[in-house]
Write a protein that binds this ligand. Structure first.
Ligand code: ADP
Ligand code: MG
Length: 360
């Protein structure tokens, strides 16, 4: 057997590098939506409207009433690593906003047709700009690529068209627009629970009736009732717990949990986890909380649990890629345990008084 000569090492083309990077941030319409939603919330929006065509593959549009984007920033908006949220390395440990790497819009511009209409309070008109491969492109054939003045309200509308048009393998892996649409609704539902002060609307393009609609300024319990149903909302308990350390220390954390009592029994656990206001997954946390229902619920029955955990940013590894859904943080096990204890305590004390009430 002979060893063949090594092949030459070549530098990848930049467009290919960017497309690969984009694929790591944007997996499917729902992951694009998540990034766009977090941008709206970062911008202080109190109203967010989403319009979808073909499960977001043909069109995904998100309109907010947030702070808008300055005209002067539009030329670099879709370049990689351009952000208004992070200026120095020391900021990295204090970061409170959702996104911080300036990668989301850049990624979308590499795998879709991206356009933006935006207006700040101080500007007299809105501006429209379109992007491809990180750069401004003409909005209409024959025009210059610069942003064009147009009519529009304060806030930002981002439109993503033909997602994955240039990555056919990715596109063919997403077979069902209906499935993509239900994932979009799932992400929106969860963010609507976590942001009950923000009005959310989601509809399919060309239809009048929204598939999801929440008012601004409802409570968490009201939002859960509207989105997950009265059968869950009427059995909800809640508790709060936190670290014994002072705020402003790296060990500080606090948690708010809303969860169903023993009267509610589902075939599957519904678990919503937000860490520092970002929707994430943690199978360890889920298992720890589910376990508190052993002996409370019959075998094969499961609860609804919504947990919002705020950690000092220093204890979350920010260098882990922000799209990693499964998160890890300092003292994970001890924190999970304390939250589970608080949940169990409420569950057993409140649960008993409820049963007692029913019996009298
Ligand atoms: P990041 O959120 O990490 O900064 P993005 O690519 O998601 O990166 O966004 C880049 C920048 O574009 C943001 O820092 C913000 O200044 C601006 N931006 C994006 N979406 C909005 C929006 N809906 N409203 C206001 N500004 C926005
Ligand atoms: Mg972002």
């Amino acid at each position: 057997e002979t060893i063949s000569d090594p092949l030459p090492i070549r530098r990848l083309q930049e467009t290919l590098i960017n497309r690969i990077a984009a694929g790591e941030v944007i997996h499917r319409p729902a992951s694009a939506l998540k990034e766009l939603l977090e941008n709206c919330l970062d911008a202080g929006a109190t109203s967010i409207r989403v319009t979808v065509k073909d499960g977001g593959l043909k069109l995904l549009q998100i309109q907010d009433n947030g702070c808008g984007i300055r005209r002067a920033d539009l030329p670099i908006l879709a370049e990689r690593f351009t952000t208004s949220k992070l200026t120095s390395f020391s900021d990295l440990s204090k970061i409170a906003t959702y996104g911080f790497r300036g990668e989301a819009l850049a990624s979308m511009s590499h795998v879709s047709h991206l356009s933006v209409v935006t207006k700040t309070k101080t500007e007299t008109c809105a501006w429209k700009a379109s992007y491809s491969y990180g750069k401004l492109v003409e909005t209409q054939p024959g025009q210059t690529p610069d942003p064009k003045p147009c009519a529009g309200n304060d806030g930002t509308t981002i439109t993503i068209e033909d997602l994955f048009y240039n990555t056919p393998t990715r596109l063919s892996a997403l077979r069902s627009p209906a499935e993509e649409y239900s994932r979009i609704l799932d992400v929106l539902t969860k963010y609507a629970i976590h942001n009950p002060g923000v009005a959310f609307i989601c509809k399919k393009a060309g239809t009048a009736a929204p598939d999801l609609s929440t008012p601004s300024s409802s409570s968490t319990t009201q939002a859960i009732g509207m989105l997950y149903g009265h059968s869950i909302a009427k059995e909800l308990l809640s508790t709060e717990t936190s670290s014994s350390t002072e705020p402003d220390t790296a060990e500080f954390w606090r948690a708010e949990v809303h969860f169903t009592n023993a009267n509610y029994q589902s075939k599957k656990t519904i678990f919503l986890l937000f860490i520092n206001h970002r929707l994430v997954e943690s199978s360890r946390m889920k298992r720890a909380l589910e376990a508190t229902y052993n002996g409370v619920l019959p075998k094969g029955s499961f609860p609804f649990i919504y947990l919002s955990l705020v950690l000092d940013p220093r204890s979350v590894d920010v260098n882990v890629h922000p799209t990693k859904k499964e998160v890890h943080f300092l003292n994970e096990e001890a924190i999970s345990e304390q939250i589970a204890d608080a949940l169990l305590q409420t569950l057993t004390s409140k649960g008993q008084s409820r049963v007692f009430q029913y019996q009298t």
